[in-house]
Design a protein around this ligand. Sequence first.
Ligand SMILES: [Ca+2]
Ligand SMILES: [Ca+2]
Length: 260
Amino acid sequence: MLMIVAPFYINRAVAELLARPVGGLLSSRMFRCELLICMLLWSAGGPAANHCTSPRSSAFKFSITSRRNSTGHWIAEVKLEHNAEGKEVGPWEVDVDHVTSKCDNSDLITIAATIAAPSSISKPPAAGYDLVPGLGYYKLHTDVKTWHEALRACEQEGAHLVIINSEAEAKALTPFWDMNPKILNGAPNDWAHAGFHDLYKEGEYLTIFNQTLVGAGYVKWYPGDPHGVNQNCGLVIRRDNLLADIPCNEKQPFFCEKEL
Ligand SMILES: [Ca+2]
Ligand SMILES: [Ca+2]
């Protein structure tokens, strides 16, 4: 995360001049934009970047422009350009705080831009995985396997059996079901192995990374589940992506996941 703060004083007369919606003032406005960018570069890059050239970066560049609208409010606009390749990059987020305070004949304008970059530029772990922005890559395998076979299959692809960590992640699985309306006959058509079990202690469900389901963030059981001693491996159900259990040796489709 990069935090950039660009405080500067601007004479009120100049501010009003720049704010007038007159085309002849364009050059003055441009000068003001350049001033902002230079100050931002200095803040971002330290002494080595303390010069007024065009912003250059192999990773990203951004600019902030500031104007006063017809109701007298200051508006800050941020433009961010980065070199993301393809669509498999996580979202960038920009938050801008713009505060104006008056002191004698000057306005103190503080613009704070917080840019949160993706933690890494990731790629699909294997063929057939689809990106869910902000969450990860997912694949509903329709080739049926036992739970332990599915566990290994996900790992061999650089992923893991899905662990639902939120309501949003549960909802994100729905399109994968919708793309595969018919996998098996009967009720098993609606079941897929997921990354939790109670293999260590009956009734104590843990994720494959030994987190409790509460700790993982999602505990919504299918009505009547979980069952008991003969059903120790986790399922996700097509209907609302609710959780259930199943005998581990039953062959089912399975969801793999790789976080961003
Ligand atoms: Ca997850
Ligand atoms: Ca059990």
